[in-house]
Design a protein around this ligand. Structure first.
Ligand code: SAM
Length: 179
């Protein structure tokens, strides 16, 4: 996570199941506006939210339409969220809208694998995954989606997450900036 200053938006529960980045935000982060549609997830995150070193408020219920002014955030963070938001293009467009020019979106997402053999299985299993995993897609091309939304992907590391299948663990970790 970089040291972007000021307020930050996260398009879902920032203390979620895997909870990779958060709790100890960099000193420059002053507050976090979380967008989380699921009451249960928000309740489960309670203890971690209270332990966070910056105030985290549930400020929106749908990443596809967020109640924030244009150009109001310095940074955004998304972890394993772009797989599940139904209209991912709308959510990315909202992030672009509320980020200041030059603001960054830091992401850790799973999606379309780099290898064709894995992609074949992802395409086969995608409909099942969507049904059993709350609308989660296996085949979203994360970098392409970011670029289509107008972000510039500054760096990205694509790898298979340890401890899960290649089908569900094709991860993209990186930083994109808003023009
Ligand atoms: C796989 S979970 C990831 C949770 C968490 N970010 C983490 O890192 O563990 C996918 C999340 O996407 C959220 N989600 C689904 N639709 C959404 C929407 N329209 N706007 C914002 N978040 C959404 C779900 O509530 C769920 O918490």
């Amino acid at each position: 996570m970089d040291n972007a200053s000021g307020p930050r938006i996260e398009p879902d529960n920032p203390e979620g199941v895997r909870w990779t980045f958060t709790r100890n935000y960099p000193a420059a982060v002053t507050s976090v506006a979380a967008v989380e549609p699921c009451d249960v997830s928000w309740r489960l995150a309670g203890e971690r939210l209270r332990a966070s070193n910056v105030p985290v408020s549930r400020s929106g219920l749908d990443g596809q339409s967020v109640p924030f002014d244009d150009d109001s955030f310095d940074a955004a963070l998304s972890t394993w969220t772009l797989c599940s938001i139904p209209d991912v293009a709308a959510a990315l467009s909202e992030m672009r809208r509320v980020l200041k020019s030059g603001g960054t979106l830091q992401f850790l997402e799973h999606g379309l694998a780099p290898d064709e053999g894995v992609r074949r299985w992802q395409r086969r299993l995608d409909p099942v995954q969507q049904r059993i995993a709350g609308g989660c897609h296996l085949t979203r091309p994360i970098v392409d989606l970011l670029e289509a939304a107008g972000f510039t992907v500054k760096n990205v590391d694509v790898f298979y997450e340890a401890g899960t299948t290649k089908v569900s663990g094709a991860a993209s970790l990186g930083i994109a900036s808003s023009p």
